[in-house]
Ligand binder design. Structure first.
Ligand SMILES: [Zn+2]
Length: 153
């Protein structure tokens, strides 16, 4: 069920973003034929879908297992000290800075146990949120590439 909720939330987020961006494009475009009322409905739908996405994804971000040392079980932790930037230059050039930076922040953080000095990886709210945004962004870009291809034919 949890996976279904996450997938559903991400899909709602993608469609919501699509509505919001389409609405914005119509507002900006000087040759827009779409009336203000229709644009308002597009924005409203976009906001409703985004709110639905947040509601579905909220628990997966807030309900994190408390981070515990894999060796002694202590919850006390400090930053690992080693600056471990998961920066991927290949990804950076291929997909742009947006995906590269979200990818970097969605990786689990390395921390050091205060009790026994063991190094281990842990998830935080920030890594979860970045992971969700990464999926929404990738699917959003894919959806628009696909729509462009369909329109051009
Ligand atoms: Zn420990």
């Amino acid at each position: 069920m949890k996976i279904l909720k996450n997938v559903g939330g991400i899909l709602l987020g993608v469609i919501g973003a699509e509505f919001l961006v389409s609405g914005m494009v119509e507002v900006i475009s000087p040759r827009s034929q779409v009336s203000g009322g229709v644009i308002a409905i597009i924005f409203l739908l976009g906001l409703l879908l985004s709110a639905g996405a947040v509601a579905l994804l909220k628990r997966s971000v807030t309900e994190l297992r408390p981070a515990q040392c894999t060796n002694c079980g202590s919850a006390e932790q400090a930053p690992a000290g080693v600056l471990r930037r998961s920066h991927n230059p290949w990804l950076y050039h291929l997909c742009g800075w947006m995906i590269a930076s979200l990818w970097g922040s969605s990786r689990q953080q390395q921390v050091r146990c205060v009790q026994c000095e063991t190094l281990y990886f842990t998830e935080t709210r920030a890594t979860r949120i970045a992971g969700i945004l990464l999926w929404v962004f990738i699917l959003f870009v894919s959806l628009n590439v696909l729509l462009n291809l369909l329109v051009q034919q």
